[in-house]
Design a protein around this ligand. Structure first.
Ligand SMILES: [Zn+2]
Length: 443
């Protein structure tokens, strides 16, 4: 009896330690120019990965055990950087058109999302902050190795008030609170329409229950939504405060979709820690964001609209695009914590822009500032989820000992020429996520 107990304990112990107990695998990348995500100066050296973490970085040769478990890659002096991070992604919504998602078979929409997740990883993105949509299942499938894709920080459903930016209903559909049925967008976990403090608390807690790493609310008007002009503010201060309290009780934070001063300032008053967008704010809001240590997560939006957009939606996009120029020009003055995310949505054919538009940032920032923003800085925003972050074994967005082995090798030096990011299919020659090689075309 005693012996049986001991055997069982050992098995339990080994399963806790994970498979590394029995089959440790190593990856040695020799002779690379290393950009560590935060220092402009690169070093030429070698990187040893053991299992899923960076174990050693050295300018001297790194000895290996020469066992069959060590894979050795000759980097041929090419540029090695941390995997890219998109701080504002919608893994499900960007894989589908609005029609596919709202009127099509959910199975079809989710299978396409799996394929798009693989495309995302092949564009060099090893991690994304999913700012709304039913991505919990996709995240699980990626983590289990069912489908290749980036690490996902899920927000769960976008929480919106009635007539807010996340209200996808048609004008004749009644809300649930007035006897209507759940809209399909709510049914699949894409959005939750919540009015009043109690409903907001339930909405936040439902997402936390499913494993949300942060919470997303829409605090003001949006471009693609139908019922809300850009200038409107959404949710009362009390509702926003309720969301913040529920998120903070869970050790994480609320991010809001907001463009205008009123929406931004009210959100910050309520305790919101990340403003997504901000294109229509004044310097007063920029200053406030800086003073309060709030994150600003932005993207260089242009005035292009999706096919089928209404005249009103076109005008909204035009207004927001004008803000891109102004805010990015002003942002350096205020020393903000600035993140970068693409927010591509409902136009799967345009998803290659996730990588190819990175050089646009060169208009306002040096190549070093851009590369640091999309690796190290975005990694800090991911870590802001604290204990609700799904991947906490190592750091992300940096190449340093103990960090996750999420790596991208570029043929050419993007610190000198950001345009190398445009042709990622050709120029991204090695993609490693969690220590596993997903692409290797080094010649
Ligand atoms: Zn978004």
């Amino acid at each position: 009896m005693k012996k049986a107990f001991c055997t069982l304990s050992l098995i339990t112990l080994f399963s806790f330690l994970g498979q590394s107990t029995f089959s440790q695998t190593s990856l040695l990348i020799n002779n690379v120019q290393i950009f560590n995500g935060k220092d402009e100066k690169t070093i030429t050296g070698n990187v040893l990965v053991v299992d899923n973490l960076i174990s050693k970085i050295s300018t001297a040769p790194i000895a290996t055990d020469k066992s069959g478990n060590t894979k050795i890659i000759d980097g041929k002096g090419k540029f090695l950087m941390p995997g890219l991070i998109d701080a504002h992604w919608h893994a499900i919504m960007t894989a589908n058109t609005l029609e596919d998602l709202m009127e099509g078979e959910p199975g079809y929409a989710f299978i396409k999302s799996g394929k798009e997740a693989t495309n995302t990883l092949m564009r060099g993105f090893t991690a994304v902050r999913d700012l709304g949509g039913p991505s919990f299942g996709l995240k699980k499938a990626i983590d289990e190795g069912v489908v290749a894709g980036p690490r996902i920080w899920p927000s769960g459903s976008i929480i919106s008030q009635t007539s807010g930016h996340g209200d996808f209903r048609s004008v004749n559909e009644r809300p649930v609170s007035l006897g209507g049925n759940l809209h399909h967008s709510e049914d699949i976990g894409g959005a939750t329409i919540a009015d009043g403090k109690d409903a907001v608390l339930v909405a936040v807690r439902e997402n936390l229950k499913r494993g949300a790493s942060q919470i997303k609310l829409t605090a003001g008007g949006g471009v693609s939504s139908v019922f809300d002009p850009l200038d409107v503010s959404q949710f009362t201060l009390e509702e926003l405060k309720a969301a913040v309290e529920a998120a903070e009780d869970w050790g994480t934070y609320v991010a809001v979709h907001a463009y205008t001063d009123r929406a931004i300032q009210k959100s910050i008053e309520a305790g919101v820690k990340c403003i997504d967008h901000g294109h229509l704010m004044s310097d007063a809001s920029l200053k406030l964001i800086g003073e309060k240590g709030v994150w600003l997560s932005m993207q260089p939006l242009d005035s292009a609209v999706r096919a089928g957009s209404s005249a009103e939606q076109k005008q909204k996009k035009y207004d927001v695009a004008a803000g891109t120029e102004r805010i990015y020009a002003a942002v350096k003055k205020y020393h903000l914590k600035l993140a970068w995310g693409t927010d591509l949505l409902f136009d799967p054919r345009a998803n290659s822009k996730q990588t190819s538009t990175i050089p646009l940032m060169g208009k306002w920032f040096s190549p070093f500032e851009v590369l640091k923003m999309i690796t190290h800085d975005n990694g800090e925003l991911l870590a802001f989820s604290g204990k609700r972050s799904p991947y906490r074994l190592g750091k992300l967005g940096v190449i340093e000992e103990g960090a996750y082995a999420d790596l991208l090798m570029v043929d050419g030096n993007p610190l000198k020429d950001l345009k190398l990011m445009e042709d990622y299919e050709k120029n991204f020659v090695l993609i490693v996520k969690n220590g596993a090689v997903f692409k290797n075309t080094i010649k």
